[in-house]
Design a protein around this ligand. Structure first.
Ligand SMILES: NC(=O)c1ccc[n+]([C@@H]2O[C@H](COP(=O)([O-])OP(=O)(O)OC[C@H]3O[C@@H](n4cnc5c(N)ncnc54)[C@H](O)[C@@H]3O)[C@@H](O)[C@H]2O)c1
Length: 326
């Protein structure tokens, strides 16, 4: 198949693009490189370096590229930033996604796999979280993803648009070729590894008074290759189904302190930590139930061991201490 990957210069999109190519697909990456890296884009992919707001470039890419499906990763992803400039999140994540959907209606294809998030659930009422649980986002980032899910549901009903919305929990880990290089970085594992690389003095633990086993937040980490595999399965399933929503996590949570301890063992570095106040809007525990996608699509995470996840990230960061910078 030929697949248009928006946001394919970013962390998850670039890994998925590379895996699609390995599986024999053709890939067009569409990314404005605002937060992505040209060097992350697989050499075999065609790169269209343009913004999702550029309706005519999107139109030409769909019309002449003739993809069979779209995987839509392009988005702004910082919950904290979204609390400061919500309008940026609604414009970029919702407004520009509408432009993409309208352009798809005009030129095709009508098949899309969407990157949603655990942030749609806000402060969950129960753990593990199931897809049928209430969607009550606690920040504009999560709300922007909910709004796209709602648009997709209407496009499905009205325009026979087929879609899969994948609600990832904490994406983590790396492949030998690709890893996490967000600027600024806000994700726990790369921040911890920056301490081990001597780029940061210590890791700040934000909140030590949560009602968890050691007072720090519990999160569910999913290896980026397991996410990639779920995308392939979801795309195949759209031959049969027209509207799919799945959580993607390991069903197992680790506290911030536990992740730091794993990183200490793997890197052999003391990784000093400091205690800081809670970050506004951070739920105590976010753990997914992914039994729905396991049952319906046969997805099975292969890299769920937290040691493996952190080790794969460490190997990439050690080899690429400046990320994708030359
Ligand atoms: N990283 C996670 O843990 C996580 C968890 C849940 C959901 N997600 C979702 O997965 C997707 C990918 O996340 P990521 O961590 O790879 O983020 P990322 O920032 O590394 O990648 C996003 C990419 O989208 C591009 N982009 C953003 N706005 C664009 C626009 N207007 N036009 C063209 N390109 C644009 C950026 O340049 C970047 O390359 C996002 O939709 C995010 O919301 C990520």
């Amino acid at each position: 198949m030929k697949i248009l990957v928006t946001g394919g210069a970013g962390y998850i999109g670039s890994v998925v693009a590379a895996e699609l190519i390995k599986a024999g697909h053709q890939v067009i990456v569409y990314d404005n490189l605002s937060r992505g890296r040209r060097r992350a884009v697989p050499a075999e992919a065609e790169l269209v370096a343009a913004d999702m707001s550029d309706r005519s470039m999107l139109g030409r890419t769909l019309k002449y590229g003739c993809p069979d499906a779209v995987m839509h990763f392009a988005a702004l992803i910082e919950a904290g930033e979204s609390m400061e400039v919500p309008e940026r999140y609604f414009r970029n994540n919702v407004g520009h996604t509408l432009t993409l959907l309208e352009t798809m209606l005009e030129h095709g294809p009508r098949r899309l796999v969407f990157s949603s998030t655990a942030a749609v659930y806000g402060n969950p009422r129960r753990i593990p979280i199931e897809e049928s649980d209430p969607v009550e986002p606690a920040n504009p980032y999560g709300e922007s993803k909910v709004l796209v899910e709602r648009m997709l549901a209407w496009f499905n009903r009205v325009h026979a648009f087929r879609y899969a919305s994948l609600r990832y929990f904490n994406a983590a880990g790396a492949t030998p070729e690709r890893g996490e290089d967000h600027r600024p970085e806000s994700h726990l594992i790369p921040l911890i590894l920056q301490v081990a690389l001597g780029q940061r003095d210590c890791i700040a633990i934000r909140g030590t008074d949560y009602p968890t086993r050691d007072g720090t937040c519990v999160r569910d980490y999913i290896h980026v290759l397991d996410l990639a595999n779920a995308h392939s399965l979801a795309l195949q399933a759209l031959n049969q189904w027209d509207c799919l929503i799945y959580n993607l996590g390991n069903g197992q949570g680790f506290t911030v302190r536990e992740v730091i301890d794993v990183a200490r063992r793997i890197t052999g570095h003391a990784i000093p930590s400091s205690e800081a106040p809670r970050r506004a809007g951070d739920p105590a525990v976010l753990v997914a139930s992914s039994t729905k996608i396991q049952r319906e699509l046969g997805w099975k995470p292969q890299y769920s061991d937290i040691e493996y996840i952190v080790r794969s990230a460490w190997e990439w960061h050690r080899r690429n201490p400046r990320g994708y910078e030359p």
